[in-house]
Design a protein around this ligand. Sequence first.
Ligand code: PEP
Ligand code: MG
Length: 557
Amino acid sequence: MEVTIRGIGVSPGIAIGPTLTFGVQSFDIPKYEVKDVDAELARFERAVIAVRGELERLYERTAEAIGEEHADIFKAHLMFLEDVTLREEVERRVVDEHLNAEFLVGEWIARYTKIMASVPDMRFRERTQDLVDVGNRILGRLLNANVDGLDHMDQPSVVVAHDLSPSDAAKLDMTNTLGLATDLSGPTSHTAILARAFEIPAVVGLKFVGSHALPGDTIVVDGTNGVVVIRPNEKTLSRYTEERAREERSRKALLAAELRPSVTKDGHKVPTQANIELPLELSHSLKSKAQGIGLYRTEYLFLNRTTLPTEEEQYEAYSEAAKAMTPAPVTLRTLDLGGDKFVSHLHLAQEINPQLGWRAIRFCLERPDIFKAQLRAMFRASVHGHVQIMFPLISGLDEFLRVKDIVREVAADLEKRGVPFKKKIPIGTMIEVPSAVEVADLLAKECDFFSIGTNDLIQYSLAVDRVNEKIAHMYEPGHPAVLRMIRRTIKAAGTAKIPCAVCGEMAGDPVFTELLIGLGITSLSMSAVAIPAVRAEIASVRYHADGFRRGDSRDAA
Ligand code: PEP
Ligand code: MG
């Protein structure tokens, strides 16, 4: 029977396709007595062999596509597959207790997941997590369900999950992911941001989709209206099929208009730039005629791997962006891990309030080894284009001055070693913590630019967790408190004569374009896909109100 569930539409468009469930929570694992023990052992062995093949393919494919260092995780999983703990236990119990293999694998996973939650030793936890991941793959094979096929899918599918971390989302086989539907999460979670970046219709905060949609079920994801329909009847299906064709036509029309310059009716320039997470997105930015990269979320280079990226790898990635966009600027943001983005081998995850915890610049200041390597890579990449560097989660002047000291140290070290880099790299800060707004006048004197991160600024000023679907209705970009903070930040930047961009999701929502221009924003940075609509909006408004001199209305505000 058709089931309709409402959630939060976070990436527009309509997707229709078979369900691919991710994660084991939505599977019913049967328990039954096996009569033919040998046949059951052979079935288990076939599942293990299939998983081995799957992991080998994943290793090769990932190494080829994005490099061996990203593929290492699959090598580790192959090692765990050969680990005897799981296999020995399942085989022994099939023989002794005549129970079916999936039930035994399921029990094993449940037991290890429990152990994992109770053990404080992080190294042990990580090893257990890898074992559990491998166990899930075997379970998926035994159940004929794709438990973790995010990296490669056999056919175009809609991914349904209870939750999807940004690392999981970054692993998605983007060419085969038609849509996304998750029980948890909010509109500015990084998973939602990635879905928008790759133009994948997505609905989050659905609460029950993980338990209603079964593997293979036809499912409709209406990311525009925040609705999913599981097992749609014929009438619903044809309605959504028509709607999907209509949306596709209007998207094409909008793209055709994208060459429009990013200028208001009366000639005021508001450059529109792209936010990127993965190097893959550079081509989207070029296609959308982005006037630079306003935010490169470099932490994505650190996800889904078992070791840190080397300075050399980072240098390559940043240089690629600088070259691709030259002469337009590329704003590299230093590592912003924590919050909803974790790297297990850096031991960041276990905090009660991760969004308020040891994240972003706080982490970097305590790990100068990691921070300096990243800064060196950025400095070195500067010779290939117009590189700017900015820092996330700055909450006060002292913190920023400490950052600048380290920047100076890195520059001096490179200079001493004769490593080439540009001497005048603009250094800026994100304004995304209310305390930074309060001291924006002081920060402005120390930097070359501001970029307002509205995603976090809204979260912290309204005390609304950006990834919590239960309070997503309270996450209001248009809240007067937020608008006042933006206005104050822009004023402080104006007084110090430095530019002030917005790079949070608000910048990509045409509803706020006119308002942000009116407040005096100097550029907007967003998912590349949002650029055409925002440009159309910019082209439809005037910057100077009739009868006002430039700046009058803003100064009075
Ligand atoms: C923001 O907080 O607005 C921002 C752009 O950074 P992120 O979404 O990566 O936290
Ligand atoms: Mg942020």
